[in-house]
Design a protein around this ligand. Structure first.
Ligand code: NAD
Ligand code: TYD
Length: 354
């Protein structure tokens, strides 16, 4: 391997958003070594990165962010100047059944990474950066009006969002106490290729494909603000290089949808692409028991990142959803591979037998 003067450590790079981020950094920054540290949990899949795995500036390391030895070794062996921290347990429903896994990875893992960065960087903090990738869910649940700004007080409502909020607090505390140079972004719901089919959009596409019931929680009235994953990865690159130290940026799609309307739209797009008669998949929609403590609405005010960094989403929802559905239809092998025994077991526990 050639020697690099600078390395960026990306955690969770084998996951959904992480793989898009790693691909972008590897392709756009050939002068920097991009290290992907990932434990390869059920959500991590190296098939997501097949197209860049042979690149000279890419290094994959299988390991746990909460393992001090693993993390310190990376900082000892490579000239890491920045960390882009995406590794997390990320699914709200799983956090309801197993909150401890979320505390371990999302809280302890984040602090372990920052400790290793501090140890390696010492007082030599110029040009260093710890970038915490967070979620809009830390702000809690909105009523019908208003949007989350960077000043909205944290009010997490699920074990997942509580663990992410806790990690964000630790990052700011490390900035304040030890001068760790950091930046945080809080993004709304992402969608696109390579998302694990436990999340609403890929789960719906997969069930349509197999003509299985589409589980919609409660009455489907909950609202999410959807952003195409490539637009998020582009924002991450912008914030990593140009974001102001110690600053928080909200990232969102300005694209609010009620779950039931989104699922209907997905049914129609998928039917069209599969050449099925109009309306045939809508019949699969099934209202099921609501998620415990289900947040009603998320919506992001992204004016700061637009104003300060000139970012804006480039992909319209119609374009992004069509591209996403087509990708899942073209990559049924990927789908079959990720729907491992473990996912099948999870599915049965969550929704009952098929
Ligand atoms: P994901 O579940 O698809 O991927 C998570 C990745 O982290 C996987 O590759 C997994 O193997 C890895 N990982 C988990 N625990 C680990 C550990 N202990 N050590 C090392 N690696 C570990 O998640 P995602 O949807 O891509 O989300 C990535 C990040 O973005 C998370 O921090 C999440 O909170 C945040 N986020 C996600 C969304 C969204 O809509 N998906 C929105 C806003 C913010
Ligand atoms: P999800 O994709 O799990 O993301 P998050 O909970 O982090 O926003 O869920 C998106 C929305 O879809 C949320 O309101 C819950 C709902 N949902 C369903 O109605 N059915 C499902 O099977 C899933 C997974 C989610």
């Amino acid at each position: 391997m050639p020697s690099f003067r600078e390395a960026i450590l990306i955690t969770g790079g084998a996951g959904f958003i992480g793989s898009h981020t790693v691909r972008r950094f590897v392709n756009n920054h050939p002068d920097k070594l991009i290290i992907n540290l990932d434990k390869l949990t059920y959500a991590g899949n190296l098939e997501n990165l097949r197209d860049i795995e042979g690149k000279e500036n890419y290094l994959f390391i299988k390991g746990d962010i909460a393992d001090t030895e693993v993390v310190e070794k990376i900082f000892r062996e490579h000239p890491v100047t920045g960390v882009i921290h995406l590794a997390a347990e990320s699914h709200v429903d799983r956090s309801i059944t197993d909150p401890m896994a979320f505390i371990r990875t999302n809280v302890i893992g984040t602090v372990t990474l920052m400790n290793a960065a501090r140890k390696a960087w010492g007082d030599n903090l110029s040009g260093k950066r710890f970038y915490q990738i967070s979620t809009d869910e830390v702000y809690g649940s909105l009523g019908p009006e208003g949007r989350f700004t960077e000043e909205t007080p944290y009010d997490p409502q699920s074990p997942y969002s509580a663990s992410k909020a806790s990690a964000d607090h630790f990052v700011r505390a490390y900035g304040n106490t030890y001068g760790l140079p950091f930046v945080i972004t809080n993004c709304s719901n992402n969608y696109g290729p390579y998302q694990f089919p436990e999340k609403l959009i890929p789960l719906t596409i997969n069930n349509i494909l197999h003509e299985r019931p589409i589980p919609v929680y409660g009455q489907g009235e909950n609202i999410r603000d959807w952003l195409y994953v490539e637009d998020h990865a582009q924002a991450i690159e912008l914030v990593y290089f140009n974001g102001r130290e110690g600053r928080t940026y909200n990232i969102g799609g300005d694209n609010e949808w009620k779950n039931i309307d989104l699922v209907k739209k997905l049914c129609d797009i998928t039917d069209r692409l599969l050449g099925r008669p109009e309306g045939s998949s809508r019949r699969l929609i099934t209202f099921v028991k609501d998620r415990a403590g289900h947040d009603l609405r998320y919506a992001i005010d992204a004016s700061r990142i637009r104003r300060e960094l000139g970012w804006q989403p480039r992909t319209s929802f119609d374009e992004g959803l069509t591209r996403t559905v087509r990708w899942y239809l073209d990559n049924t092998e990927w789908l079959e591979h990720v729907i491992s025994g473990e996912y099948e077991k999870y599915y049965e526990k969550q929704y009952g037998r098929r």
